[in-house]
Design a protein around this ligand. Sequence first.
Ligand code: SAM
Ligand code: SF4
Length: 474
Amino acid sequence: MKQDSTLDGKLQNFIDEETIRAEMAKSENPSPGLIKEILLKAEEKQGLDPDEAAALLRNTDRELDEAIFETAINIKKAIYGNRLVVFAPLYITNECSNQCQYCGFKAANKELDRRTLSPEEIKSEVEVLENIGHKRLLLVYGEHPTLGADWIAETVKDVYSVISAKSGEIRRVNINCAPLDVEGFRKLHEVGIGTYQCFQESYHRPTYEKLHKAGPKKDFLWRLHAMHRAQEAGIDDVGMGALFGLYDPVYEVLGLLHHARQLERDWGVGPHTISFPRLEPALNADIAYNPPYPTTDHEFKKIVSVLRLAVPYTGLILTTRENAEFRKELLEVGVSQLSGGSRTYPGAYSDPEYDRPDVQQFCVGDNRSLDDVIQSIVGEHGYVPSWCTACYRLGRTGEHFMELAKTGFIQKFCLPNGLLTFKEYLEDYASEETKRVGEELIRKELENYADPERKKLLTDRMARMEAGERDLYI
Ligand code: SAM
Ligand code: SF4
């Protein structure tokens, strides 16, 4: 499908402030009856309109808020089961020519120790990550004129080239970098990136322009159309996001939903993932210590729940910006992917003196190791961690993936494949205790497996893994 959100070659602003204001006005003081009606609609798993999402966010009745959480928990269970995709961010460079007021990497921050990893340093970082069990990475880059698409593509190749002693390799590299032109995205597509991720930060254009006064990022529309250009270049898994704390959260959620709709309209497929970072303290970024629109934990949990109801088949990503306790609650209401054992500066994973506020982008709220995170989500919550990359490697991406997801495919393929990657993790990387709780979970999952044919397939593959085979999927 071809994009049509440009008119006469000019980029169109498909985030219409008037429309969003009207949707917000319509949703003011929603009646209990309306909230219940919207929740009934959400249960059909067909998504919600932006004004319906706004009404849920505007509800102030605590009991009805609990009903919103309950519905989100049910939808999440029905579509995703108890599986959670696990990844780690890998910062490649903190050089940046932009002046995003909230970010420790902004050019004006002269106290930041600037680093760009060499190919050798990238490989060392990847080895560390592989040796603790990671298979999926999100590469993160500042934006700098000397570090363009060709260089980014080389860094991706460096990551894929590392095969660690423990038979590990990175099987999916996702990217979070500044928007490129179509040609640049094509280069990333050619080296086999998975998802291209880029957050609009704020969908409220005046706020966006106030916070990004200099550097290439000041162009709101260029950023807004990044996903469209990525699609044009053949990258059909795209991930969007908003940075919560900068502007009215209801406006931002509606912005995300309109963006998702525009992608569906123009490319036949919405975003593969949505992220919802909340502002965290960052070196010399005053606004990050004192957000103009602070979002309480309760509001934030509602945002995640409402997104789960509004776009049920879109992956929702949670990072270690949130602390361990709160992450558990967010997992229940809708998150389907989470990072673990994350560090947020270039070279951090190989740094013995880890904890360097003078190099990192922002402060991490959950400092546990990957093994601790896995032990907790498995032992305390019964989630199956998944490092599965089968769909991407079998070409089940973009529109094709969405079609499949809507027909119960996630339960049929993602869960068994997730279990296989979890078994691999337990065999190769887990601590004694994680292995104990993990084997117990796998035993229970197999016991309760409804489809006898699939169960047999799965049991056979588990046995082959115990005998030393790796990277098995359905
Ligand atoms: N430089 C690229 C860009 O801006 O798109 C990509 C990397 S940037 C490091 C990734 C994301 O970090 C940004 O899109 C922003 O949402 C988030 N971020 C920046 N400062 C933050 C802060 N203080 N707290 C939480 N997230 C922050
Ligand atoms: Fe640079 Fe991205 Fe940080 Fe902005 S958010 S200063 S573009 S790294």
